[in-house]
Write a protein that binds this ligand. Structure first.
Ligand code: NDP
Length: 312
């Protein structure tokens, strides 16, 4: 069985940054890329808020740069998905692709979170051409245009408020007759003149030629009557929640009700010594590329300290 000092799972900004730091610290890190090499950022277009790129950078290029930087410092980057974990005792055992078991002294979980989509075929058709699950990443491209946000939680309200300062009109499509968001967010959204809340509406389809031009909604007026509504929009933002990719660790690590892994006192440490969490899988609040990268750095520093303290 292969035995490692540092295993990193996940290839978003958190995983690659952890690999850069762990590589420079001579931990000989091995990183498994997971389902989506490069992570969520490879789904976005340009990234304009990652420090160091005054002219912006494409999500794909940023992740390639991070990967190459990790390779430069000796990280062993491999294709493969972690499918099972045994964290009952150190060294920890991780199964890759359901067959290969690897032992590791330290584990950095950087498996990210996956934005939820409605499941409409049109969402794929207009991906990168009007459909986005990240308002802070892509909102700027819809300056002075009409957009819609789907969802009734805090994320949807936050996204709607953010977009309302950039866009002409923001439709907030809420399936229930009320918002789930906190009262203060509800108040802010209701007070914004260019946010139009469509309560009791669900998205049926999206339309457009090469890029998104609008959405067809169904308006519930109490069953069985249903009315169809068309809105003209250039951007359609999903804000119906994220699913953290934490399932294989749930028997060992504490998670919140959504599945975000709980860490100790704002550090990447978990209740299992030598197991650290970086990036969105442990962050229900910020979920930004730069915060993920920062936590990847912290996790690698923690792993290094753990190994030094134990002479491993
Ligand atoms: P939530 O789970 O709170 O809300 C998801 C929203 O999406 C709900 O309104 C839900 O509707 C709606 N939804 C889910 N599935 C569908 C669907 N298929 N079709 C239409 N609508 C759908 O997720 P959030 O991401 O908003 O928030 C997650 C957590 O993070 C929360 O605890 C939140 O408070 C927190 N958060 C805090 C922030 C802050 O404090 N600044 C900012 C952002 C998030 P329904 O209500 O009908 O179920």
């Amino acid at each position: 069985m292969e035995k490692l000092r540092c295993l990193i799972i996940g290839s978003g900004p958190a995983g690659y940054t952890a690999a850069i730091y762990a590589g420079r610290a001579n931990l000989s890190p091995v990183l498994y890329e997971g389902m989506m090499p490069g992570g969520q950022l490879t789904m976005t277009t340009d990234i304009e808020n990652f420090p160091g790129y005054p002219n912006g950078i494409s999500g794909f290029d940023l992740m390639e740069d991070l990967k190459n930087q990790a390779l430069k410092f000796g990280a062993d980057i491999r294709r493969g998905v972690a499918t099972a974990a045994d964290l009952s005792a150190a060294p920890y055992k991780i199964t890759i692709d359901g067959e290969t078991v690897i032992e590791t002294e330290t584990l950095i979980i950087a498996t990210g979170a996956t934005a939820k989509y409605l499941g409409l075929p049109d969402e794929h058709r207009f991906a990168g051409a009007g459909v986005s699950a990240c308002a802070t990443c892509d909102g700027f491209f819809y300056r002075k245009k009409d957009v819609a946000v789907v969802g009734g939680g805090d994320t949807a309200c936050e996204d709607a408020l953010y977009l309302s300062s950039i866009c002409k009109t923001v439709y907030l499509i809420v399936r229930k007759p009320y918002l789930r968001a906190s009262k203060i967010m509800q108040k802010r959204v209701r007070e914004k003149e260019n946010i139009n809340i469509l309560f009791g509406h669900e998205t049926k389809s999206l339309f457009g030629e090469n890029a998104l031009q609008g959405a067809v909604l169904t308006k519930h007026r109490g069953t069985p009557t249903e009315e169809e509504v068309r809105i003209n929009i250039d951007g359609f933002f999903l804000a119906i929640g994220h699913k953290p990719n934490s399932a294989i660790f749930k028997n060992y690590l504490e998670t919140d009700e959504t599945g975000y892994i709980k860490t100790l006192h704002g550090t990447p440490r978990t209740k299992i010594a030598g197991v650290f969490v970086a990036g969105d899988v442990g962050d229900p609040t910020y979920r930004q590329a730069i915060t993920a990268a920062g936590s990847g750095c912290k996790a690698a520093l923690e792993a290094e300290r753990y190994l030094i303290e134990r002479n491993l």
